[in-house]
Design a protein around this ligand. Structure first.
Ligand SMILES: [Fe+2]
Length: 371
């Protein structure tokens, strides 16, 4: 049986002022926002709420150790509402702060105790990629394990996801590129997932169409062409989040996790390093099925034959972000076996959503081809 749902209430505000007017922040609210975003948009609008500049604790991809430090800094402040404004990193971390108990974080991720939700959670994305505002997943680097791990539980679902295009105005091109490529991959992986339904596919298709049409314009006119489409990219990222929160991400994400966990490669960039090779492999292994529908969709958007969609896609994405071989990130050839073991043993949650089964040998072969 397949199921489709959208849990958080999705709200759209044109401006931060409008958002804060409705939010009415007060004592008992815990707000996570970067110092820069606070100064630019929120100063004077947060009342008596406790505001935490999360960048003092979270640098780059969040880890269990960073979250422990942030938890200690919040201390015994009593709060009943968590509001996070930022990229996927802080949105994922904020989900943990809305739980009755969140430490030791490693024990939570080891499922030594169950996540129980007892606070209201409001998530406001400032990038156009992760879709974290609508998913029940919190991804952390587990420092002692040298990899990334996702905790998936409905206790992590937000009450509200609020889309405010104004917040994306200052997003630098590189962050725009990595986050929107991540969103594209969410849409594609959930499209070919065995858990996909006609409902989730509708969101995948629209996200793919909006993102690739935007990329084509950027490819033709240059980086600044993105600026008039940020509202569309934010929506597309949310659509892709809805699709993958129902149908799931798969091998591209699973295989990129060791790269992100060990070499701290930005999430979207690590995914792109794996993306087209995984799909070329699917195509070879199982050319009949949902991948035909995907290829038809991509060939229509990219104006290319169905047999050339992955090369054409790569040429387009390369205009935004250059695809790198794994060795460029410092990966050693001797680590590829270990990466494969991590994927096969620890990323079962994602690997269950693969379009077709990937054996250990195939996964290792993909890593080797990309090395
Ligand atoms: Fe992702």
């Amino acid at each position: 049986m397949k199921e489709f749902r959208i849990v958080p209430t999705i709200k759209q505000c044109d401006t931060v002022k409008e958002f804060c007017g409705q939010l009415n922040p007060a004592r008992g609210d815990l707000i996570f926002v970067s110092g820069v975003t606070y100064k630019r948009y929120f100063e004077g609008l947060t009342g008596e709420a406790r505001v935490v500049d999360y960048r003092q604790y979270i640098q780059g991809e969040p880890s269990d150790v960073m979250v422990e430090k942030m938890h200690a800094a919040v201390g015994d402040y009593e709060y009943h509402r968590v509001i996070a404004i930022g990229g996927g990193a802080i949105l994922d971390v904020a989900k943990l702060f809305a739980l009755e108990r969140m430490t030791p974080v490693l024990d939570l991720y080891d499922k030594k105790f169950s996540p129980v939700r007892d606070k209201e959670l409001i998530l406001v994305p400032t990038t156009c990629g992760t879709g974290s505002e609508v998913t029940n997943i919190g991804v952390l680097i587990l420092e002692s394990r040298n990899t990334k791990m996702g905790l998936a539980d409905d206790a992590l679902l937000a009450n509200e996801a609020v889309l405010i295009p104004e917040l994306l105005e200052g997003l630098p091109f590189r962050f725009f590129a990595t986050s929107s490529i991540d969103a594209l991959i969410h849409a594609v992986e959930s499209f070919t997932s065995p858990k996909a339904s006609p409902f989730s596919r509708m969101f995948s298709i629209e996200a793919i169409r909006m993102i690739l049409n935007g990329f084509k314009e950027i490819g033709a006119k240059g980086e600044d062409a993105r600026l008039s489409h940020m509202k569309g990219f934010l929506m597309a990222s949310n659509y892709a989040g809805i699709a993958f929160s129902n149908a799931g991400c798969a091998a591209v994400h699973a295989m990129s996790f060791p790269l992100g966990g060990r070499y701290h490669v930005a999430h979207g960039e690590a995914n792109y390093a794996l993306f087209t090779e995984v799909y070329k492999t699917y195509q070879k292994l199982q050319p009949v099925g949902a991948i035909q529908d995907l290829n038809r969709l991509l060939s229509g958007i990219l104006n290319c034959p169905e047999t050339k969609v992955y090369e054409t896609l790569e040429a387009l994405l390369d205009q935004l972000l250059k695809k790198q071989p794994l060795r460029a990130y410092g990966v050693k050839e001797s680590e590829l076996e270990e990466f494969t073991d991590i994927v096969m043993e620890k990323q079962g949650r994602l690997m269950a959503n693969n379009y077709t089964e990937l054996t250990r040998e195939t996964v290792l072969g993909i890593y080797k081809a990309l090395y």
